[in-house]
Design a binder for this molecule. Sequence first.
Ligand code: SAM
Length: 296
Amino acid sequence: MTGAAAAPGAPGAAGAAGLPPLREVIARYGLAARKGLGQHFLLDLNLTARIARIAGDLRGADVLEVGPGPGGLTRALLAAGARRVVAVEKDPRCLPALAEIAEAFPGRLEVVAGDALEIDAAARLTPPVRVVANLPYNVGTELLAGWLSPPCWPPFWQSLTLMFQKEVAERIVALPGTRAWGRLGILAQWRCTARIALTLPAAAFTPPPKVASAVVHLEALPAPRFPADPATLARVTAAAFGQRRKMLRASLRGLAPDIEGLLAGLGIAPTARAETLGLDAFCAIARTLDARHPVA
Ligand code: SAM
């Protein structure tokens, strides 16, 4: 009986709602994992419930999920009380399994068939919105960069709870002065808090990927930590980390004729390397460039 959904937020509700075990769903619908779609499924419903909890209080929130696959995390999000889940899935083979979940949680799951890189999911969601996903690794960073670079800030989402390869997760939360510090960490931490909330071994997934994974939880700040124009900041960090072993006076040379003077004026050694600079310094460089060449 699929209509007997467990009460939102009830313990173990992800496994209830009259839904069959995920292994049975995968066998029934022939969902052999496809590498090209980054398919590494989470079949442990305790684990998916844990990820849903990391996302915060979902009651009264719309959730955007990218890549629901057979729906393990989707069930957990609904069981945790999400007002509505909009799930974007590229693999049409998963749609019947997701339709079963939609039936078990009437009116609360909208499945959108297609490519998350092309679909404007924001238009289908009502604030507050939380994004929760076990992302396909091949498009994970691109999706994150898109969510972190909206046309205006604050963005359409309140938080992002996302599974990445552990190495990518470490770059998102990296600190200045470390090898992992770079464009992704700056993009993420400029306007968000970011932390690794859970690390998982490859064996937690079916089939296991080659490397360990981690869940990163980001909360949007109401405003950037330091003022800067997003496009100029992106130009500065691209130049600085594009040649991260070079001194700043060389890597940033293309941005201003007198880059040494500009850096010295900000108290930044022109011989320093990008890795050693904090967010405040990158934002200061971006602001100074814009002040010298204001956009008409
Ligand atoms: N959420 C499921 C889980 O945790 O078991 C599956 C996660 S699996 C790592 C990634 C999912 O993203 C797969 O279902 C895959 O088909 C889907 N996917 C891959 N590329 C996609 C894209 N561009 N847009 C939407 N979904 C995509």
